[in-house]
Write a protein that binds this ligand. Structure first.
Ligand code: ATP
Length: 469
């Protein structure tokens, strides 16, 4: 498939050499324009729209035609946009990046080669990062299990099958993969939809209260039991009971739960009368329940009783394109709810989203893109708006290095030490160099071995500050 490139600039030996070099790649289809105004009037078919624009900035006697550049950018938001120039003031450099120029290339003996490589890299970017993000289905509502990945389609099929009967369902998957959402979906699609959906997290209830929480208690059953209280099993009668983090249930309660499931009746704490119940059970865990059985921490008989129809949710990092689909859906609904403009993700932002591992899975993605929607100021949500956090390894001691203390948020919060993320540390190092070099961006970029454009971008977005003169 052709890669359409528009080369804009007056005739010069440099442009002739560049044209010749680009023509060596049979995939490149280069169209020449002598001015940006001419390029602006040309309206190709969508299939021939340019993937890359190259503007020779030297053709302009004084300032670059910002208005035209910006218009071109607005018209072709997905096109990579390079400006070639002999000499550049830092103010112009910053302005270019503000107007959406992807990068500038200084003309020297190696510049044609650099441009060649930049184009090759832009082409190699995963198609997913360049193509518009997939549009989530129109009916993407809160509570809907979104995703087109084959694993998620399979999960949806299993949900439909589970909903037809009262079979127990065991959902497994890392934290934040959507286990509770699956339980809710089963309930909503089942004949029990009009009855209660009750969820209880075994890990969140103090051990001594869990039995009465599950099965209820009679008045006077223990100190403080002033009235009779029904438990979650009775609350969920006729509906669905979701037992989350089932692996955290202690052995004595496992024995009681097994008895309750066999007899299909509970006995309240302090009571003697069995109370029959009618609930569909959905259980979930982020642990490997079979391994817990093997380690004798979970009863084997209860394990088989609860296994029912197993549904496994894969980690988000293994769901490919779904990351973008979910991110777009979350940003859309969050922006709508908060009356923010719905900004699309820039290609770099998409690439950043696709490259992360999401230890917190969908929950983390949701939190991160909602924050990005708040932070974004331009036309797009940019990669720099996406604040991935890095959690410290469990045993890692609190960092006390100069870098950590230089980081804005390195103070303890709520008595917990704050571990600076990789991003915070990187910013602190950059800020240190900028301050140390009295705001000389060129010198700082060279010391840090990062592109000047990176530093300018971070300064513009307020992540870095130039020291006062
Ligand atoms: N496929 C999905 N489509 C839309 N939203 C999702 C999807 N998966 C998860 N979510 C959302 O992500 C968040 C976390 O999901 P949920 O609470 O169901 O995860 P979980 O696996 O039960 O987490 P935990 O193990 O921590 O209890 C919720 O806001 C949920 O609505």
């Amino acid at each position: 498939m052709h890669y359409h490139i528009w080369l804009i600039g007056p005739d010069s030996s440099y442009i002739t050499r560049l044209c010749h070099r680009l023509s060596l790649n049979p995939d490149y289809l280069v169209r020449r324009f002598t001015s940006i105004a001419l390029a602006q009037t040309y309206r190709p078919a969508p299939s021939a729209a340019p993937e890359a624009l190259i503007l020779d900035g030297d053709g302009h006697t004084d300032a670059l035609p910002w208005r035209l550049i910006q218009k071109m950018r607005e018209r072709l938001p997905k096109t990579v946009f390079y400006v070639l120039t002999s000499q550049l003031e830092s103010a112009t450099e910053a302005e270019m990046l503000r107007r959406g120029v992807t990068d500038y290339i200084e003309k020297d003996s190696a510049s044609i080669e650099r441009l060649w490589q930049a184009l090759a890299q832009a082409r190699q970017r995963p198609a997913a990062a360049q193509a518009p993000a997939p549009t989530p289905p129109p009916a993407a509502e809160a509570g809907q299990l979104l995703g087109e990945h084959s694993s998620i389609q399979q999960v949806r099929e299993l949900i439909t099958k589970a909903a037809r009967t009262t079979i127990t369902v065991s959902v497994s998957g890392e934290t934040g993969t959507g286990k509770e959402l699956v339980a809710q979906a089963i309930h909503a699609q089942s004949g029990r939809a009009g009855r209660p959906f009750v969820a209880i997290n075994m890990a969140a209830i103090p051990r001594e209260l869990l039995e009465s929480e599950l099965f209820g208690h009679e008045k006077g059953a223990f100190t403080g039991a002033l009235t009779r209280r029904v438990g979650r099993f009775e609350e969920a009668d006729g509906g669905t009971l979701f037992l989350d983090e089932i692996a955290d249930l202690e052995l004595p309660l496992q024995a009681k739960l097994l008895r309750v499931l066999q007899e299909r009746a509970i006995t309240r704490v302090g009571g003697s009368q069995p109370v029959p119940f009618d609930v569909r059970l959905v259980v979930a865990t982020h642990r490997d329940l079979a391994a817990e059985v093997h380690a004798k921490r979970f009863r084997e008989d209860l394990y088989y009783r609860l296994l029912g129809l197993p549904i496994e949710l894969p980690p988000l990092r293994n769901r490919g394109h779904d990351i973008l689909l979910l991110a777009t859906a979350f940003v859309q609904s969050f922006s709508r709810l908060n009356q923010l403009p719905t900004r699309p993700f820039s290609p770099e932002a998409r690439q950043r989203l696709l490259g992360y591992t999401y230890p917190g899975n969908v929950r983390e993605l949701k939190a991160v893109v909602e924050l990005a929607a708040v932070l974004a100021e331009g036309e797009h949500i940019e990669a720099s708006d996406i604040p991935f956090r890095t959690l410290p390894a469990a045993a890692q001691p609190a960092t006390t290095s100069a870098v950590a203390t230089a980081t804005a948020g390195a103070k303890p919060t709520n008595g917990q030490p704050h571990f600076p993320s990789l991003r915070e540390q990187t910013l602190a190092i950059m800020q240190h160099s900028l301050t140390d070099l009295h705001g000389d961006v060129v010198a700082a970029a060279s010391r840090l071995r990062v592109g000047r454009s990176t530093l300018y971008r971070l300064i513009q977005s307020g992540h870095l500050q130039l020291p006062p003169n």
